[in-house]
Design a protein around this ligand. Structure first.
Ligand code: NAD
Ligand code: UDP
Length: 311
């Protein structure tokens, strides 16, 4: 099949491309390199079944493909808040153009939505039916409201134009290839501990997140794309940890003498987050296989290689 991956040079997109290329598909990677890098897809650049398109999805593009994995959008608060208007445009206009493309060429379209659509949830864990508790004018709104509109667009194109959609709500994912300056918690803590810098806990560290290793997530995305269930469907690891527990785990794995310091909690930072994955188990036969310790070890090895060995 001919498969388009928007945001393919990013963290999740590049791991997805590895799997699709290994399956023998023809892959078009579309990216504007805002947070993605060529390094992530370097090994495929000369492959006859691989094509790299530098393009910004806030502009229209015409392509012929069978499936579209729509991942293009900065995912780290640091990056999506650096230019919030651009983030909204990416989520709204970008998704609109990609759905228009899917409609024109009759491609199946998978949206990488997010657990952020639940906002600061007052239902725990979060099932797909929960409608969320989201601030529509805060500093996270460009991303979480942007993704909510992206979901609305996907379902309206489905109802109005029969576009063959799939919607995944991805919970916090981590793994190899995250950028050192990504700004998300796992990459921050690992690079701080490896560089002998204090580990920065925002707030009291008692807020929770559930961390899914990237290979598990990619398996879930591929299953969803090739299944009849359209979603929305939660993809995440139900193992829930406080940010303090995460800091202590990484501290113990890298440098037990690393200092933990407390900094102010960003505005609208969700207090808790854990996926209810009953639907993913039922409809996709999917559940995560890699626990936090195993996933962190793989991630730490990758960061060590880049930071200490300069690879
Ligand atoms: P990432 O920042 O590593 O990747 C995003 C990619 O999209 C980058 O390569 C970036 O250059 C590209 N991009 C951004 N804006 C673009 C634009 N306007 N035009 C073209 N390309 C653009 O992030 P990620 O962690 O790989 O996330 C991928 C997708 O998954 C995102 O849509 C994100 O919202 C979603 N998601 C990720 C997580 C997570 O924990 N990683 C959780 C929920 C949802
Ligand atoms: N966080 C932290 N220290 C950091 C980076 C993040 O304590 O150096 C916290 C952040 O406040 C949030 C959690 O870790 O409570 C997850 O943050 P991340 O940016 O990874 O993801 P999101 O908030 O989007 O779930």
């Amino acid at each position: 099949m001919k498969i388009l991956v928007t945001g393919g040079a990013g963290f999740i997109g590049s791991h997805l491309i590895d799997r699709l290329m290994e399956q023998g598909h023809e892959v078009l990677c579309l990216d504007n390199f805002y947070t993605g890098t060529k390094r992530n897809i370097l090994k495929w650049l000369n492959h006859p079944y691989f094509e790299l398109i530098r393009h910004d999805i806030t502009e229209e593009i015409r392509l012929e493909v069978d499936q579209i994995y729509h991942l293009a959008c900065p995912a780290s608060p640091v990056h999506y808040q650096a230019n919030p208007v651009k983030t909204i445009k990416t989520n709204v206009m970008g998704t609109l153009y990609m759905l228009g493309l899917a409609k024109r060429v009759k491609a199946r379209f998978l949206l990488a939505s997010t657990s952020e659509v639940y906002g600061d949830p007052d239902v725990h864990p979060q099932p797909e039916e929960y409608r969320g508790n989201v601030n529509c004018n805060g500093i996270r709104s460009c991303y979480d409201e942007g993704k909510r509109v992206a979901e609305t667009l996907a379902f309206d194109y489905y109802r109005q134009n029969n576009v063959d959609i799939r919607v995944a709500r991805i919970f916090n994912s981590y793994g190899t290839r995250m950028l050192e300056n990504d700004g998300r918690v796992v990459s921050n803590f690992i690079s701080q501990a490896l560089r002998n810098k204090p580990i920065t806990i925002y707030g009291d560290g008692l807020q929770t997140r559930s961390f899914c290793y990237v290979s598990d997530l990619v398996e879930g995305l591929i299953r969803l794309m090739n299944n009849d269930y359209i979603g929305p469907i939660n993809l995440g690891n139900p193992g829930e940890y406080t940010i303090l527990e995460l800091a202590q785990t990484i501290q113990n794995m890298i440098n037990p003498n690393a200092k933990l310091i407390y900094q102010s909690l960003p505005e609208d930072d969700p207090k808790q987050r854990q996926p209810d994955i009953t639907k993913a188990i039922k409809y996709l036969g999917w559940q995560p296989t890699i626990n936090l310790q195993e996933g962190l070890k793989l991630t730490i090895d990758d960061f060590r290689d880049r930071i200490i060995n300069n690879n």
